[in-house]
Ligand binder design. Structure first.
Ligand code: NI
Length: 180
C-alpha cells in the first residue's frame, strides 16, 4: 500500500467533477486500499478520490472510534431527508479550517461496495454528514464554497502562502465533527 498526496485548496484539480466508476477491478481495489491508508494516516474520517487527484466516483469513510469500520462507496447516490442541521466540519484539503455547513441529518445511500456489489444503507449523524461532504468533493465542490467570498479569499490566501507538508494535518479541535 502507499500513501497518496492530498490536493490542497485552492488547487484547481479539486474542481473536477468525477466520472462514474465503470469496472471494479484489482487496480481500483488497490486504489481503495491506498485511499484508506492515506485517510487513516492523515488522520481523517473520510476521503474522496478527487482529493487524491483520481476523478472517479469513489470514497472511503471510517467514523468509528477504533478505526476498524472502513466503508467503501463506489458510485454513491445520496437522498437526504430531515431538517438541515449545522455541522462544524474540517477538510483534509483545507487544513486548519473549521467551517459551519448545513447538512441533511439522514441519508439513504445507494452504491457499490469494494467487490462491486450494489447495496443500500440508511445513515445518520456523523456518517450522514461525512457522506455529503465527500460527495461534494466528487462533484468538484469544496466546503469553503458555503462561505462568503471574503472568508473564502482569506482562506485561499493563507493556504497559498503557507509552507505546507505533503500530507497536511488539520488542527485538532473538539469542535470538529468531521475531517474529511
Ligand atoms: Ni474534505
Amino acid at each position: 500500500m502507499a500513501l497518496l498526496d492530498i490536493l490542497v485548496y485552492p488547487d484547481p484539480r479539486l474542481r473536477t467533477k468525477a466520472e462514474p466508476v465503470e469496472e471494479v477491478d484489482g487496480a481500483l481495489q488497490r486504489l481503495i486500499d491506498d485511499m484508506a491508508e492515506t485517510m487513516y494516516a492523515a488522520p481523517g474520517i473520510g476521503l474522496a478520490a478527487t482529493q487524491v487527484n483520481v476523478h472517479r466516483r469513489l470514497l472511503v469513510m471510517d467514523t468509528s472510534e477504533t478505526k476498524s469500520g472502513l466503508q467503501v462507496f463506489i458510485n454513491p447516490v445520496l437522498a437526504g431527508s430531515g431538517d438541515l442541521v449545522e455541522s462544524d466540519e474540517g477538510c483534509l484539503s483545507v487544513p486548519g479550517e473549521i467551517v459551519p455547513v448545513y447538512r441533511y441529518p439522514n441519508i439513504k445511500v445507494s452504491a457499490l461496495d469494494r467487490e462491486g456489489r450494489p447495496f443500500e444503507q440508511d445513515v445518520s449523524g456523523l456518517e450522514a454528514i461525512c457522506l455529503q461532504h465527500e460527495v461534494d468533493h466528487l462533484d468538484g465542490k469544496v466546503f469553503v464554497d458555503y462561505l462568503s467570498q471574503l472568508k473564502r479569499d482569506r482562506i485561499r490566501k493563507r493556504l497559498a502562502r503557507e509552507d505546507r507538508p505533503v500530507h497536511p494535518r488539520s488542527t485538532p479541535s473538539t469542535k470538529v465533527s468531521a475531517v474529511s
